[in-house]
Design a protein around this ligand. Structure first.
Ligand code: 0A1
Ligand code: ZN
Length: 849
């Protein structure tokens, strides 16, 4: 291993840097293998710091020259950076370094993608560009001169000068180095324009590679909508003359909010009806909004240190979710978010990788860009808003922006604005940030002469490093329905703060049915002994759309668990309830499509494990197949009507209404394919005029073990388009039968287009393998072995993506001894690989526990 004893960094050890930075001037002389970076930085002693060690981060740099106040110096170098002796007064630091972007496959720092230069500096990539105090609490203005023989030269801020082969950019807003960006290449602009609320004109550009011009219009519109929404809802105005977005093909994550120059994974911005699905469009709209919203929550107000990552990410995810709810359907968005949280965040929170939303230590910060920090972080904001109310939330945010603009802040600063505006004591609420694990709420009910008593008790299982859990503040939204289905108590938010607490509802004429945790008011697991007839009642009558959906989901889960454990037949309450909801033409098609969903197989495995059973992935898969088949048969007569309702006569638009109809149509097609062997899907494939329909039809065919010809045709049609080819790779693995999954994945890794150094392509195959629950967990261990082989191969090339994908093994202790042995062996093999990266070493050792 590279580090015999990797260093752990602790939140409690935070100290400010000994110097402040007043200005940064950078000059880049771009060449693929010997780019020169010259820096001129004005430092002065930080009056609020005691430690004056002058340490600048720097990794993989060749130092050519360094000077202080014009006098050349010889700093002490290590593989982490340099130290130097400085005057006890303001001084100018100058350095010249050489870097090799052409060989930077890790995609951190300055690297090349298809002949284009681009950067990724969050979290600690700037230190691979030049020597610098690469920490978010060091903020400065930047002036950047780029010399390079390329038509487009971009950096942060406003363009201030340019000539043949050079350009200069000035960013007047002080920022930490992680928000630095540079792009240079042969790019084409899709232009746009926005007039801000105070009538300033902003030039917008979406920069793409030649050939991608036709995929820009949607992203540009999403950007304008985001800019307008942030003004309308949060009063936040954009603050530069230009806003640039660049699409790059090689990118580890979705996108990056660099000040004035957002860099996007091309999959997170490029879209056209022919090449993108409705889900792609929705994701793109949300990511563009997310990155744009960071301009205030992240850039103008940033994080003091990386432990505070949730300060910008939780809030920005919450803001992008609000935006999506406003642009589309709020209930549908909430259901999507709950599904996502349960499938991605709950396994993390309840397994070996569990960590608080604000972690207290890390070895590699890149490993903490997690569903917990992002999505649970956003849920915390949602709970806070629910507890204090909309008005108080708005007031607190105004104060946050006023008080902290231009600062690098902490969770304490964030909570303080709420305490100051509401007079609430948030010390107990703060446990959401420090306590890991998903709280479980048990429900007990009593009825006595007109009084309904609801007793809620909370507990959180121990998680790594945290054996004892304290009660948290949990907002539980509850409504009551009378026996005829009418709502007799509208939604009320109960504040659960004790380990056990009772709430009484008096003056009721009859025993009500409670609808608990409406709108998924907290990221918790509800343990409620509901009967199936109560669930069916809520499925028919609940006025809260989330809980109505949840009632159907609970019925589905209950029948699946009984099918798995007791070989029970599919439950009639579920099938009948589903049928009547699907028949209800008044209900939003998108919502009805969601009703047809089933819990993920991995989620069923988690539930079985939690109740003391050992999950058998093949038995889970078989139960889901049987239930699907039974659903298709039960709905046979309704399916043609659903197809009819899903028809869209207008030209394609990815809006909520049309995409909701297509979602319902797709769900109906999938069920129909189970009855007609794929005949209708073959027809749908032949007639598809957009990617949503084409891909749906193809997946129905593959699921029916047909579609060989269509798959080949799809390849021929789209082989020139990288993003569509990612779908082609991924679909084959996700639609493969369990037995064929590892083989299918392996064969695809031998395909000439399997460009494994591209993170999107790698994830298309290996991500789909890990997500195909029964396929990945084949008893012969071939799924585990294939993934481990490729992780070992990718690690020296791209540690960040490798480390993230190790999470596929995080649930390994849930399964039987045979599977555990096989997974442990692969994890150990990865851990013992010579020179394993710090990223992957940390992940594997945490997973092994
Ligand atoms: N801040 C970005 C996500 C991001 C994080 C790290 C990256 O590279 C290591 C790249 C992007 C966001 O929240 O969108
Ligand atoms: Zn973000």
């Amino acid at each position: 291993m590279r580090d015999a004893a990797p260093t752990t960094i602790y939140l409690k050890d935070y100290t400010p840097f000994g110097y402040l930075v007043d200005s940064v001037h950078l000059t880049f002389d771009l060449t693929p293998h010997a780019t020169r970076v010259t820096s001129r930085i004005a430092f002065r002693p930080n009056p609020n710091a005691t430690d004056r060690t002058f340490f600048l981060h720097g990794e993989e740099l060749t130092l050519i020259r360094a000077a202080i106040d014009g006098g050349e110096i010889t700093p002490e170098l290590s593989d982490k950076g340099l130290t130097a002796i400085t005057p006890d007064a303001p001084f100018i630091w100058e350095a010249e370094v050489e870097i090799d972007p052409g060989n930077n496959t890790a995609l951190e720092g300055l690297y090349m993608s298809n002949g284009m230069y681009c950067t990724q500096c969050e979290a600690e990539g700037f230190r691979k560009i030049t020597y610098y105090p690469d920490r978010p609490d060091v903020m400065s203005t930047f002036t950047v001169r780029i010399n390079g023989d390329l038509p487009v030269l971009l950096s942060n801020g406003n363009p201030t000068a340019k000539g043949e082969g050079w350009a200069e950019w000035t960013d007047p807003w002080p920022k930490p180095a992680y928000l630095f960006a540079l792009v240079a290449g042969d790019l084409i602009a899709h232009p746009g324009q926005f007039t801000t609320m105070s009538d300033r004109e902003v030039e917008l550009n979406l920069w793409v590679r030649p050939g991608d011009e036709g995929k820009c219009a949607f992203g540009m519109e999403a950007l304008k909508k985001s800019m307008k929404w942030d003004e309308d809802v949060y009063g936040r105005e954009y603050d530069l003359d230009v806003f640039n977005i660049v699409a790059v093909d090689d990118f580890n994550m979705g996108a990056m909010e660099n000040k004035g120059l957002n860099i996007f994974n091309s999959s997170a911005v490029l879209a056209s009806p022919e090449t993108s699905t409705d889900a792609n469009f929705e994701r793109i709209e949300a990511i563009i909004a997310h990155e744009y919203f960071h301009n205030w929550t992240g850039n103008r107000i940033t994080c003091r240190d990386w432990f505070q990552l949730c300060l910008k990410e939780g809030l920005t995810v919450f803001r992008d979710a609000q935006f999506t709810s406003d642009m589309r359907s709020a209930p549908v968005k909430r259901i999507h978010d709950a599904i996502d949280l349960r499938s991605r965040q709950f396994p993390e929170d309840n397994g070996p990788l569990s960590h608080p939303v604000r972690p207290e230590s890390f070895q590699e910060i890149n490993n903490f860009y997690t569903a917990t920090v992002y999505e649970k972080g956003a849920e915390i904001i949602g709970m806070l808003k629910r507890l204090v109310g909309d008005e108080a939330y708005a007031k607190a945010l105004d104060l946050y922006f006023d008080r902290h603009d231009g600062q690098a802040c902490t969770i304490e600063d964030w909570l303080k604005v709420f305490e100051d505006t509401t007079d609430r004591d948030l010390s107990q609420f703060k446990r959401w940030y420090s306590q890991s694990g998903t709280p479980r709420i048990a429900v007990a009910e009593a009825w006595d002469d007109g009084t309904y008593t609801l007793t809620l008790s909370q507990r959180t299982e121990p998680t790594p490093g945290q054996d004892d859990k304290q009660p948290q503040v949990i907002p539980v939204a509850v409504g009551l329905l009378g026996p005829n289905g009418d709502e007799v108590r509208s939604t009320e938010v109960l504040e659960l703060t004790e380990t056990e607490q009772s709430f009484q509802f008096t003056g009721l004429a009859a025993r009500p049915v409670a609808s608990i945790l409406r709108d998924f008011s907290a990221p918790v697991i509800l343990e409620q002994d509901q009967t199936n007839s109560e669930r069916a009642f809520l499925l028919a009558h609940d006025t809260d759309p989330f809980n109505r959906w949840q009632a159907g989901r609970s019925l589905a889960q209950d029948t699946l668990l009984r099918m798995i454990s007791d070989e029970a037949a599919p439950d009639a309450d579920y099938l009948d309830g589903l049928l009547s909801v699907l028949r209800d033409g008044e209900l939003d098609p998108a919502y009805r499509a969601l009703m047809l969903g089933l819990p993920a197989q991995s989620e069923l495995a988690a539930t079985l494990y939690e109740r003391g059973d050992t999950p058998d992935p093949m038995a889970i898969w078989a139960a889901v197949e049987t239930l699907r088949q039974a659903t298709a048969q039960h709905m046979q007569d309704l399916l043609p009507r659903l197809h009819g309702e899903a028809m869209v006569d207008a030209p394609y638009s990815p809006d909520a209404e049309q995409s909701g109809k297509r979602a319902l149509g797709s769900a109906a097609l999938a069920l129909t394919s189970r009855l007609d062997g794929g005949a209708m899907a073959a027809d749908a494939y032949a007639n598809a005029d957009n990617m949503t329909l084409q891909l749906t039809a193809l997946s129905c065919l593959l699921r029916a073990r047909k579609g060989e010809e269509e798959l080949a045709g799809f390849y021929d049609q789209w082989k020139h388009d990288r993003l569509v080819m990612d779908k082609w790779f991924g679909l084959q693995v996700s639609m493969a039968s369990p037995e064929a999954t590892p083989k299918t994945a392996r064969a695809l890794t031998e395909h000439p287009d399997f460009n494994w150094k591209n993170p999107n392509r790698f994830r298309a195959v290996m991500g789909a393998l890990a997500m195909n629950h029964a396929g990945f967990h084949q008893t012969d261990g071939t799924g585990y072995q294939l993934l481990a082989d490729w992780l070992i191969r990718l690690d020296p090339v791209n540690p960040q993506t490798t480390a993230r994908m190790c999470a596929a093994f995080q649930t390994w202790t849930r399964y039987d001894a045979g599977r555990q042995d096989l997974m442990r062996a692969q994890l150990t093999r990865i851990a013992e690989t010579p020179n394993l990266s710090r990223d992957t070493t940390e992940m594997v050792s945490r997973i092994l526990g």
